[in-house]
Design a protein around this ligand. Structure first.
Ligand SMILES: NC(=O)c1ccc[n+]([C@@H]2O[C@H](COP(=O)([O-])OP(=O)(O)OC[C@H]3O[C@@H](n4cnc5c(N)ncnc54)[C@H](OP(=O)(O)O)[C@@H]3O)[C@@H](O)[C@H]2O)c1
Length: 372
């Protein structure tokens, strides 16, 4: 039976992938919420979404909602059967106030709307594996106390949002989907959303950094938007059990930091201009050395090396806190879970980054997301 699914942040990278997947994999009609400052921006976002969704746009309504405003969804129909909450501020270096306003209080506002929808079967929160913060060791698919400390305010805010939904809205049919870091659209390794993973590889390719912070055996939980959106749509179905899921490879299927660096340099070496530069593979450095290095380059704020180190520092902390994310619940419910194994993916991503020079070469496909 078809339903009515609401996706927040629907013009963001994963919101759009998930909306497209809902249209492909289900017969649901969709309400897509976007943030728009005025009528002109709303019209522009509507026509962009209509052109991306093409023939399937008939099943879609696009509505404005800024989650920092009071009752942002008050004008939206209460007949929705599923909500996928993607909207968030995702920068690692955002302030605690911004993170609270958008990711925590914004989530509470979506939940307040959700509890007023009598036919709601599923509320899927797009969260992140790093809501586990700085804890180490095995992490299970259960609610976690937010007491392990966090590398940045983004991590903290996603943990707070999970806890807030579970504690303040016990009546919600809640699924917390903890996502891996998305490094490509699909298994071909094509990249349209760039993040710290791609930027760090770029710094190595151009010889701007020569050290790698982190423990070499730390597992990297990386995934594609295709695998992630497929799993999210499955989790949004009424017959999929609610609860916490890790949309991630099992630890033995996740590439280690050392393997990822080796893979990248093997791929880089096939590029003639890189080979000519004769750059060495980076040395791993410990947490204290890396902190000293970042502090020392702070005085050189305009230099490329300082900027490079700062961008790595925003996520490096996690590389000193190795975790084994258990994905048993996902494997039990979703046959597509095998798509999260990521060694071949890292190879494909490195190839695509080198070929496209990190998206700068002409002929690269346009951004799949409407977000800038
Ligand atoms: N991508 C990843 O690697 C990854 C990994 C783990 C978890 N996640 C989670 O997945 C979700 C989607 O991430 P993404 O990569 O798709 O992020 P994204 O591309 O930055 O999209 C975020 C969306 O949220 C919207 N938004 C931001 N502030 C808003 C507000 N005040 N009111 C309403 N909408 C607002 C943005 O609209 P504007 O463009 O107008 O700001 C955008 O549409 C997030 O919850 C994120 O925490 C992502």
């Amino acid at each position: 039976m078809s339903g009515l699914a609401l996706v927040t942040g629907a013009d963001g990278y994963l919101g759009l992938h998930t909306a497209q997947r809902l249209l492909t994999d289900t017969d649901d009609r969709l309400v897509l919420t976007v943030r728009a400052a005025d009528r002109a921006e709303l019209d522009a976002k509507r026509s962009q979404l209509a052109s991306v969704l093409d023939a399937r746009k008939e099943r879609v309504e696009v509505v404005p909602a800024d989650l920092t405003e009071d009752a942002p969804l008050c004008a939206v129909t209460r007949t929705v059967t599923a909500i996928v909450h993607a909207a968030a501020r995702t920068a690692f270096n955002q302030s605690r106030d911004d993170a609270r306003r958008i990711n925590v209080e914004g989530t509470a506002r979506v939940a307040e709307y959700a509890v007023s929808c009598p036919a709601l079967d599923r509320f899927v929160l797009m969260s992140t594996l790093v809501s586990a913060g700085c804890r180490t060791g095995e992490v299970r698919e259960t609610m976690l106390a937010g007491d392990a400390g966090f590398a940045n305010h983004y991590e903290w805010s996603k943990s707070e949002a999970e806890l807030l939904l579970a504690e303040r809205f016990p009546e919600l049919p809640l699924t917390v989907a903890r996502l891996s870091t998305i490094v490509a659209d699909d298994d071909h390794g094509h990249v349209t959303q760039y993040n710290a993973f791609h930027n760090t590889l770029k710094l190595f390719f151009y010889g701007l950094i020569t050290v790698m912070p982190g423990l070499p055996d730390t597992r990297l939980y990386l995934a594609t938007a295709a695998a992630t959106s497929g799993a999210l749509v499955h989790l949004a179905q009424p017959d999929t059990p609610t609860g916490v899921y890790h949309l991630a490879p099992a630890p033995h299927e996740a590439i280690s930091l050392r393997e990822a660096i080796d893979t990248a340099f093997d791929v880089f070496a096939t590029d003639a201009s890189f080979a000519r530069r004769r750059l060495l593979r980076p040395e791993f450095c410990d947490q204290e050395t890396f902190r000293h290095l970042v502090a020392a380059t702070e005085t050189l704020s305009a230099s490329p090396a300082a900027g490079a180190l700062r961008s790595v520092a925003s996520f490096a902390e996690q590389l000193f806190h190795p975790k084994q994310f258990v994905n048993t619940r996902l494997v039990q419910t979703w046959p597509g879970a095998t798509a999260f194994a990521n060694r071949a993916l890292v190879h494909a991503v490195c190839q695509s980054l080198v070929q496209s020079r990190w998206g700068r070469k002409p002929g690269d496909r346009p951004h799949a997301s409407l977000a800038s």
